[in-house]
Design a protein around this ligand. Structure first.
Ligand code: HEC
Length: 434
């Protein structure tokens, strides 16, 4: 009886299309091979117009007619060629596509801006010997240096002459990729794979954590006293920003870059957030409305690092294109191009007074720029005074310059902290982490 009623129901139910459900199938199962630069069969499924135009064999969709639409009949079990080529979509996905084509295949581009559902992954533990220093952050008063090394965060006393280790924050199960202090110095935020932890750095204790809604590696963090901004995404996927108000769930999540976000910084006032990404862009956000205020376009490869000067009138960006660029924030014009054009720049640090900018490369050297002038078009070579830092002989990952602009400290893949005298560019003895 019940069975019959169900069958009847199924037969008489109107074709009710859930546009987003169908388009999520396209986004997650099809677009990877049908997008600009990889248009298999000549077909793009990234806009409604392209989908309707179709591929080498004509239109992919005949609105209202699933059986006549290659986009639908090629996903059926006996299709040849079969889409996706090495996989059979489940019944729910087939039904969603069928109903959607029947309903005329309406488009809803917002689907492409949704964060992808976290994929299940198996985490294997890291080899004990691989302990790269991947992130560094000086406390706002300059007295403590947080060092992310492997799965640990080590706090170093910068106020004492020998820079002793104050303690370790243990708990992350994989490498810690990102660090941020709150401006009041009361909290430290650390990021790993789908894992954000909050710590009381004075007590050396974890006070909270966030795992909800995280998609992949937390590649960058920035914090005000009330919000945490976290960069997240699948490797090679779109870059998302989350805002957490020190609660477990994000107050907001939005797509901020077309590729992974690699850097985040807040202005000293906390009203602007700057992001840099693998999509070669730097973007400026209003932290209260989360609106895009400006973007800075000019790098020809990943933007690895970003920094604000003291009053957020200028920003610096460092890229895999071997360039360090300085930009005027309101006009969005490039003031200076500082890189040596030979090495990929991986990290930047600007002193809080805006007087010295440190940049380091993946090859182990770097530069400290002072007297940064506005570029007037005529004397490109005169835009800054440069002190070159001798090579540390190890691939560097992260950098801070002390507020007095005397010392540059860089983290490295070789598990160590390298130091330089910023006045001479000579390497110092480093900071021991044991
Ligand atoms: C792994 C890559 C890959 C994925 C994923 C993929 N396709 Fe394809 N698609 C291809 C290739 C390759 C062709 C060309 C096949 C041929 O002509 O034999 C093609 C052809 C097509 C065509 C015919 C285009 C034409 O005019 O010749 C359609 C329609 C299509 N795919 C739809 C889809 C849909 C819908 C999905 C997702 C459910 C999907 N594809 C997923 C690789 C892929």
């Amino acid at each position: 009886m019940l069975r019959q009623a169900l069958i009847l129901l199924l037969l008489t139910a109107p074709a009710h299309a859930d546009t987003r459900a169908a388009m999520r199938v396209l986004r997650d199962e099809c677009v990877g091979c049908h997008k600009p630069g990889k248009a298999k069969g000549g077909l793009l499924l990234t806009t409604h117009e392209k989908m309707m135009k179709g591929g080498d064999n004509g239109p992919a969709v005949v609105p209202g007619k699933p059986a006549d639409s290659p986009l639908y009949h090629l996903v059926l079990a006996d299709a040849d060629p079969h889409m996706p080529p090495k996989k059979q979509l489940d019944t729910a996905a087939l039904k969603a596509l069928e109903a959607w084509v029947k309903a005329g295949a309406p488009w809803d581009a917002r689907v492409f801006d949704e964060p992808p559902a976290p994929r299940p992954v198996k985490l294997s533990s890291m080899p004990e010997t691989w302990q790269p220093v991947l992130a560094l952050a000086l406390s706002p008063d300059g007295k403590k240096l947080a060092v992310a090394r492997g799965g640990s965060v080590i706090l170093v006393d910068m106020a004492a002459r020998e820079h002793p280790v104050l303690g370790r924050l243990e708990g992350h199960t994989g490498p810690v990729q990102s660090l941020a202090w709150t401006p009041d110095g009361a909290r430290l935020v650390t990021g790993g794979y789908r894992d954000i932890r909050l710590w009381d750095p004075a007590a050396l204790q974890q006070t909270g954590g966030i795992t909800t809604a995280l998609i992949g590696m937390v590649t960058a963090l920035a914090a005000t006293d009330t919000h945490v901004f976290a960069a997240d995404g699948e490797t090679g996927g779109a870059g998302f920003l989350h805002q957490f108000d020190f609660q477990e769930k994000p107050a907001a999540t939005w797509k901020a870059h077309d590729d992974n976000i690699l850097a985040l910084r807040l202005s000293a006032k906390g009203d602007r957030l700057l992001s840099g990404g693998a999509d070669r862009m730097a973007r400026l956000w209003d932290t209260s409305t989360r609106a895009l205020v400006a973007f800075y376009e000019g790098h020809t490869n990943h933007v690895h690092s970003v920094a604000f000067n003291h009053d957020a009138s200028r920003i610096a960006t460092a890229g895999a294109d071997r360039e360090v660029k300085v930009w005027d924030v309101p006009t969005r014009e490039q003031d200076a191009s500082l890189g040596d054009k030979k090495n990929a720049y991986v990290a930047l640090s600007w002193t809080p007074d805006g007087k010295a900018l440190a940049a380091i490369t993946d090859k182990g050297h770097g530069s400290v720029y002072t007297e940064l002038k506005k570029h007037d078009g005529a004397q490109r070579s005169d835009t800054a005074k440069e002190r070159k830092l001798e090579s540390a002989g190890a691939p560097l990952t992260s950098v801070v310059i002390t507020a007095d602009a005397k010392t540059v400290i860089a983290g490295s893949f070789d598990s160590r902290l390298h130091t330089w005298d910023a006045a001479t560019g000579k390497p110092g003895s480093g900071i021991a982490l044991e």
